[in-house]
Design a protein around this ligand. Structure first.
Ligand code: AMP
Length: 373
C-alpha cells in the first residue's frame, strides 16, 4: 500500500520510518524550495508542479496523484497545504484527515469559531482585519494580549505580545495594515497540556494520556507524559473536550489539541490535524507511536494500544548540533531529522523513558540544562 504525504519535513520522515516495517510505501509532495532532506531515502520525492497555475483543479489533482505514484491514501504532515487541491484529490483516493478539518485548523479564526461552536472554553479573543479593529479589540480585552495572524503562524511566528499601550503604539506605528488576526487575552496558565487522539474511518478511537508541555518563545521545548497531578475535575474536562472535538469533526487520523490550564479550567489553544511534536515521546513511551497509529487509522487497520509503560519525556533539539554519542544515555533515544542547523530550527529530539516520574523529571531538566544553558 502506498501513502502520499503532502509535505516532506520531519513529521513525514517519522511517519515513513514508522510505516516501513508495516510494508507501507511512501511518496512525498515537496513545496517549491523544499530540499527533501528529511525524507531522503524513505520514498519518492515529488516536486509541486511548476506549471500548476496553468492547470485547472481537476487536472492539477490528477497530475499530483500520478506523480505521487497513485497512492492508496493521501495525508498531510502540516496544515499549510492547499485545501482545494486536497479536496480535488478525493476524486482519486482516500484523503485523511478530511480537507474540511484541515481548513478549520489552517486559519486561527475558523479554528476559534469551531472551538466556540462545540462549546469548549478558550482564552477571550477577537478576530480583526484592520488596525482600528485591533485598537478596539485591545481596548475591550485589555493588556496583556497576543496578536496572532490567522494564517501562516506557527512556532511563535507571526505573533506579537502586547503588554502595555506603548507596545500597541509601536506595533501600529510600524505598519499601515494588518493581516486578518486573532487578538487573544494572554492568560496566566499553570500548565500547558496537549491531548492526542486518533480515529479510524469507521469511528474507532483511541487516546494517549495527556502530555505536559513547556514552550520557549512560542516553540515547544520539552514534554512529559503522562502529565502528573490531573485531578478528577480536570480529568472530566479532558474527557469532555475529547468527545466535543471528535463528536463534531468527521476526523480520521491523529489529531492534537493544545490546551492551557488556568485556575483549574481547561482552555483550548489550538488544534493540529496531524501527528504533533508533543506526541514524539510515544515513539518510545507508548506501545504504539502516534506515527504508527496515524498510519493504522488512515489505512483502516486496527488501532494499536496507546498504553504507556512508566513515564516518558521529550527534549526538542532547537537549532543545536548534537550527535548520538553525546545525546544517549541507556534510557535515552536520539532522533535526528537530517536537517542543517539554523537558529531555533527543529533538527531532532531526544526521548527519555523511566518507570519513576521523579527520576525522569530530573533527567529531563538536566538534559535541557546541558543543551540550552
Ligand atoms: P500558539 O502558536 O498559539 O500555539 O502559541 C505558542 C505558545 O505561546 C503557547 O504554547 C503558549 O506557551 C504561548 N501562548 C499562546 N497563546 C497564549 C495565550 N493566549 N496566553 C498565554 N500564552 C499563550
Amino acid at each position: 500500500m502506498r501513502i502520499g504525504i503532502l509535505g516532506c519535513g520531519q513529521l513525514a520522515r517519522m511517519m515513513a520510518l514508522a510505516g516501513w516495517p508495516m510494508g507501507l510505501q511512501f511518496s512525498f509532495l515537496a513545496d517549491p524550495g523544499d530540499t527533501g532532506d528529511c525524507v531522503r531515502g524513505l520514498g519518492d520525492l515529488v516536486d509541486y508542479p511548476s506549471d500548476a497555475e496553468s492547470l485547472d483543479l481537476p487536472a492539477l489533482a490528477a497530475r499530483v496523484y500520478e506523480s505521487l505514484s497513485r497512492p492508496d491514501v493521501i495525508t498531510v504532515e502540516k496544515e499549510s497545504v492547499p485545501v482545494p487541491l486536497l479536496e480535488a484529490l478525493k476524486a482519486h483516493c482516500n484523503v485523511y484527515p478530511d480537507p474540511k478539518a484541515v481548513r478549520i485548523c489552517q486559519n486561527r479564526g475558523c479554528e476559534k469559531a469551531f472551538i466556540e461552536g462545540i462549546g469548549a472554553a478558550m482564552a477571550p479573543k477577537i478576530v480583526v482585519t484592520t488596525l482600528a479593529e485591533l485598537q478596539a479589540a485591545v481596548a475591550e480585552l485589555d493588556f496583556p494580549v497576543i496578536v496572532k495572524t490567522c494564517e501562516d503562524g506557527y512556532d511563535g511566528l507571526n505573533q506579537w505580545k502586547l503588554n502595555a499601550p506603548a507596545d500597541l503604539d509601536a506595533f501600529i506605528a510600524g505598519r499601515d495594515s494588518i493581516a486578518e488576526s486573532v487578538v487573544e487575552k494572554r492568560v496566566k496558565f499553570s500548565r500547558e497540556l496537549s491531548l492526542l487522539l486518533v480515529r479510524t474511518a469507521d469511528g474507532r478511537t483511541a487516546a494517549y494520556p495527556a502530555t505536559q508541555n513547556a514552550h520557549e518563545g512560542g516553540i515547544l521545548r520539552s514534554s512529559f507524559a503522562p502529565a502528573q497531578h490531573i485531578d478528577a475535575a480536570l480529568s472530566a474536562q479532558i474527557d469532555e473536550l475529547k468527545s466535543q472535538v471528535l463528536g463534531n469533526m468527521d476526523y480520521v487520523g491523529v489529531l492534537a489539541i493544545e490546551c492551557f490550564v488556568v485556575d483549574g479550567q481547561l482552555l483550548v489553544n489550538e488544534l493540529a490535524p496531524r501527528v504533533h511534536n508533543s506526541g514524539h515521546w510515544t515513539q518510545q513511551g507508548a506501545a504504539t507511536s502516534q506515527f504508527e497509529n496515524h498510519l493504522r487509522a488512515i489505512t483502516g487497520l486496527p488501532l494499536g494500544s496507546t498504553a504507556v509503560h512508566g513515564f516518558a519525556g521529550m527534549v526538542n533539539l532547537l537549532g543545536v548540533e548534537m550527535d548520538a554519542q553525546r545525546a544517549l544515555a541507556p534510557n535515552a533515544f536520539f532522533h535526528t531529522y537530517n536537517k542543517s542547523v539554523r537558529p531555533n530550527r527543529k533538527v531532532g529530539h531526544i526521548n527519555l523513558v523511566h518507570d519513576d516520574a521523579g527520576v525522569l523529571q530530573t533527567q529531563l531538566e538536566t538534559t535541557l540544562a546541558e543543551i540550552y544553558s
